[in-house]
Design a protein around this ligand. Structure first.
Ligand SMILES: C[S@@+](CC[C@H](N)C(=O)[O-])C[C@H]1O[C@@H](n2cnc3c(N)ncnc32)[C@H](O)[C@@H]1O
Length: 418
């Protein structure tokens, strides 16, 4: 594979061809300026962007050399700490949103943080194009720093630098204590240890810390809207010809972003969003008026049962099973299977991990796989692991088709009951 080459000249050719191809498939050339981000949805652009990033990372590894690579990998946490400090000091909110610069002294007086400390944080961040020093002592936003202030994206940044970063140091203890076997119990995760609770992440944010739950719901909604990843509507064609009144149950659907998009695109669908805790009432409150007769929010714990049955129902699970180790995932699936008949379909919308590891694996997969480990003791799964999980629930579950999104690690696994 070309991206595994060690030849810098070959890599430079790949990069220059990819850039030309990329530019001809995006509406505007990318910029570091703080303009509203335009999600890249063109399939070719998404695929080429991935190849380009892989080739660029390869060049960095080759040119950095082995010692710097090892040291940089071992100190990657410093980027997260710098982002956390920027978040805690409210730096993004206090820099002008229009991209004009602010003097460091003024930023210090607005935030109440000593200028010297701001400089230390900015030194880290500007080295990765998050904020820019426009002239000595003057700081302005780049797109990367402005994104921290975008509604929802800011919630995801906060989730990562708070729950993620706080949990991270505990994972090595959890694994060492268990002879490096990942415990198949979300209540024994690095998150639970870090937050001093014997609850799982979702139990905790539904009971002990509801503001974290609200923040997480907003973060998931934003990620679904802004990250440009293909969604149910774009990928799963059969919904177009579903008969009028067909029910789609969005299990653990959060604020209902996927169900709302499906209802908007397909007038034939009736959507039921199931979730727990405050997210149900928050979703109801945010529902557009014109969809109130076709999108409903129901409180339902997916560990307790699946009350919606009948012929032709679509059961949709997006980013649910990756939050749960195999035993809990099997429990969730077994309730759905009990509600299914041969005409219903189970749609699992998740990342599908490539069998081969390496620089060409999709960029989100290693990141999310570790995030699942930290928060839930769970994992991203390969196609074979998905198939094994389904067979472990019920031998009659058959994978009808995998609808893969080009250029991303995402896909919808369509499952029926034989
Ligand atoms: C990772 S989020 C995915 C949300 C949404 N499907 C999406 O893709 O954006 C997991 C969702 O599962 C919900 N959830 C967690 N535990 C649940 C349970 N026991 N029963 C029902 N929903 C649950 C959470 O509230 C959250 O909305």
């Amino acid at each position: 594979m070309a991206t595994r080459t060690e030849d810098l000249t070959e890599l430079s050719n790949i990069i220059s061809t990819s850039i030309k191809n990329y530019l001809s498939h995006v509406p505007t050339p990318p910029t570091l300026r703080p303009v509203p981000p335009i999600p890249v949805t063109d399939e070719v652009a998404v695929e080429v962007a991935d190849e380009l990033l892989v080739a660029c990372r390869r060049v960095i590894s080759l040119v950095e050399g082995p010692i710097r690579t090892a040291l940089m990998m071992s100190s990657g946490f410093q980027d997260s700490i710098a982002m956390k400090l920027a978040y805690d000091m409210k730096l993004a909110q206090n820099v002008p949103p229009d991209g004009s610069p602010i003097a460091l002294a003024e930023l210090a007086s607005k935030t109440g943080v000593p200028e010297e400390t701001i400089v230390r944080v900015m030194r880290q961040l500007t080295s990765k194009n998050v904020f820019v020093e426009t002239a000595p002592g003057y700081i302005a936003h780049t797109g990367g720093s402005a994104a921290i202030g975008l509604p929802g994206v800011g919630s995801m940044v906060a989730h990562l630098v708070d729950e993620g970063l706080t949990s991270a140091p505990h994972v090595s203890d959890i694994l060492r204590e268990n002879e490096f076997v990942v415990p198949e119990d979300s209540r024994k995760s690095a998150f639970s240890r870090a937050f001093n609770t014997n609850k799982s992440y979702f139990e905790y944010i539904c009971t002990d810390n509801k503001p974290l739950g609200t923040r997480f719901g907003q973060a998931m909604k934003a990620m679904n809207v802004v990250d440009g990843l293909p969604n149910l509507v774009a990928l799963y064609e059969p919904l177009q010809s579903a008969p009028k009144g067909t029910i789609l149950v969005d299990i653990g659907g959060g604020l209902g972003h996927a169900a709302i998009a499906a209802a908007q695109k397909f007038p034939n669908l009736k959507c039921i969003v199931q979730d727990i805790g405050m997210v149900v009432s928050e979703g109801r409150d945010e529902l557009p008026e014109e969809l109130k007769d076709r999108v409903e929010f129901h409180e339902n714990d997916f560990f307790e049962g699946q009350p919606i049955g009948g012929p032709g129902v679509y059961y949709y699970l997006k980013y649910i099973l990756h939050d749960h180790p195999d035993p809990a995932s099997k429990k969730i699936l077994s309730h759905i299977v009990r509600a299914m008949d041969s005409s219903s379909r189970l749609l699992i919308d998740e990342h599908i991990v490539e069998e081969r590891m390496g620089p060409d694996s999709h960029k989100l997969i290693p990141f999310l796989d570790f995030h699942m480990l930290l928060l839930f003791n769970s994992k991203e799964r390969t196609e074979a692991q998905w198939a094994a999980l389904l067979k472990g629930v019920d031998e009659r579950l058959v994978v009808e088709r995998v609808w893969r999104a080009k250029g991303t690690g995402n896909g919808i696994i369509e499952v029926r009951l034989a």
